[in-house]
Design a protein around this ligand. Sequence first.
Ligand code: HEC
Ligand code: HEC
Ligand code: HEC
Ligand code: HEC
Length: 150
Amino acid sequence: MKKNSFERVLMIVTVLSLSLISSVSRGMAASRTYAGVEACKMCHENQFKVWEASAHARAYDALPAKEKTDPGCLSCHTTGGTAAFPNVQCEACHGQGSDYSDMDTMKNFKKVWDAGLNRHAAQTCVQCHNKTSPTFCGFDFKTYWMEIMH
Ligand code: HEC
Ligand code: HEC
Ligand code: HEC
Ligand code: HEC
């Protein structure tokens, strides 16, 4: 009997602390927002030029007018799934930049990842380049990366 109630207390404590941890980390992630490509351009002029000339910079504009509000299209033709950040911007691959795009953080490799910079940008491609795209006709990382390398 004694052991049982001890286990119950332990379980409650565990559940409470787990939910606390998850709500704290959720809270931190939720406060992150997109900085927008103009903010990145300020310091990454060369990357910006490559991006500007790429299909990603026109992904939203390429949608027919009546599909510009269709969530099923916006998910891949915008940054974050809404027209607030149109086209496939830097942060669609590099992660929401509000917390990492200041000079201090950007220069610090450890900080930059804690602040939300995606260490695996190359793995994002297939989130959009896949069979659920109505125009999909295959994806090969090497070939496609050569087109947008920056
Ligand atoms: C205030 C200047 C500044 C702004 C604004 C800025 N960056 Fe940076 N960024 C830097 C500096 C400095 C470095 C480190 C040196 C380098 O690689 O050019 C860096 C590095 C990076 C790296 C390479 C990190 C790595 O792992 O090697 C990426 C990716 C990056 N920035 C993306 C972005 C994106 C996306 C934005 C916009 C949301 C942005 N940056 C905004 C200055 C900036
Ligand atoms: C379609 C996805 C995608 C987009 C859009 C994109 N990048 Fe990248 N970027 C990558 C990948 C993949 C790499 C290779 C390194 C890596 O895996 O993080 C990279 C590398 C970088 C680097 C590091 C370059 C180096 O010399 O190490 C910087 C800085 C950077 N990107 C900034 C930007 C900026 C600024 C924009 C927008 C103007 C942008 N990127 C748009 C996917 C993307
Ligand atoms: C958020 C969704 C998204 C991500 C992530 C993404 N792409 Fe794209 N990509 C698109 C869309 C949408 C287009 C079509 C844009 C247009 O033509 O209007 C496209 C077009 C391209 C094109 C032009 C070729 C063509 O068939 O039109 C290349 C090359 C490309 N992407 C490479 C990459 C690579 C490499 C990565 C990963 C590093 C990547 N993309 C990540 C959505 C994405
Ligand atoms: C799963 C991600 C995804 C979804 C969802 C998606 N697309 Fe795309 N779309 C892409 C990618 C990636 C490309 C680049 C070509 C390819 O490889 O499919 C593209 C290319 C296009 C192009 C060709 C653009 C050009 O410049 O030639 C048009 C038009 C288009 N999509 C319209 C739509 C419409 C309309 C919807 C909604 C009904 C939609 N897409 C939904 C990912 C997506």
